[in-house]
Write a protein that binds this ligand. Sequence first.
Ligand SMILES: [Zn+2]
Length: 275
Amino acid sequence: MRYDLAGLVQRAGRTRRREIVFREVRLPGTLASDLYAAIYAPVLDVWGKAIAPLIDEYQRSLSEITTDAAPELSGVITSTDAATAALLVTLRVRLERWAAMVEAAHRSKWLASINRATGIDAGMMIGPGDMRATLGTVIERNVELVRSVSDQARSRISDAVFRGLTEKRPAREVAAQIREAVAMGRRRALNIASDQLSKAAETLNDQRRAEAGLSTWEWVSSHKAHPRAEHAARDGKRYDDKAKSGPHKPPQDRPGQLIHCGCTSRAVLTLDGEF
Ligand SMILES: [Zn+2]
C-alpha cells in the first residue's frame, strides 16, 4: 500500500457511509487502434509491400526449368524479414510512448473516480513512475506478439510461394494466398491490440487499487451480446484479493484477462472492514 485511502476518507469525515463503490475506469477503444497503427500495422505493411516483388520473382522462377533453389525468391523473403527485424528495434520506443499514454489516461480516470466517490484529490500521491514495472511487462509482451505476427506472416507467405512453385500453380493464385496471409496477420493484430488494451487496463486497475490499500472489488460484466455465461453471472459480485477461500475469493480468470473478455472491475472501499 502506497497510501491509505480508507484512512484519508475517515479523517476527511465527509461521509457516514460504510462503503463506497467507485465508478469503473473505462479506456477509449482508440487506444487499441493507436497500438495497432503504431506497432502492428507498420510490420504488416512491410510484408504487404513485398507482395509485388515476390510475385515477380515467382513468375520468373516458375518459367525456369529447374526450381530447386529459387534463390531470388528466398532472397526477397529474407530481405523482407530483415526489414521487419530492423523495424522491430524501433518499435520498443513507440510501445513505451503508447504505454505512457495508456497509463496517463487510466490515472486521470482513476483519480476522477476517487474524487467523485470520496471528494479526495489523490493526484499528489500517485504518478506514472509507480506503474513502470507493470508497463514494462506490457511492453515486453507486445514486442513478443508483434514478432510472432511477423513470423507467422513470413511462414505463411513462404509456404504459399514454395508450395506454389512445387505444384506449378499460377502466379495469381499464389498472389491471392500471399495477400490473404497479410490480411490474416492484420485481423489477428487488430484482435491482439484490443485484447492488449483490456489486459493493460485491468492490470492497472489491480495495481492502482492495491496502491490505495483497497482489496475489495466488484465484477463488472462486459454486457456484450455474447458474454461468457460464467462472467455474466459474476456481474456485481464482490471479491476480496485478501480472501484465500470462501465466496469472496477472486476467480482464477480475472476480468479482462481471457481473450475477448470485455469485463472489468470497480473498486469498493469498506470503512468497517466488512461487506
Ligand atoms: Zn468477461
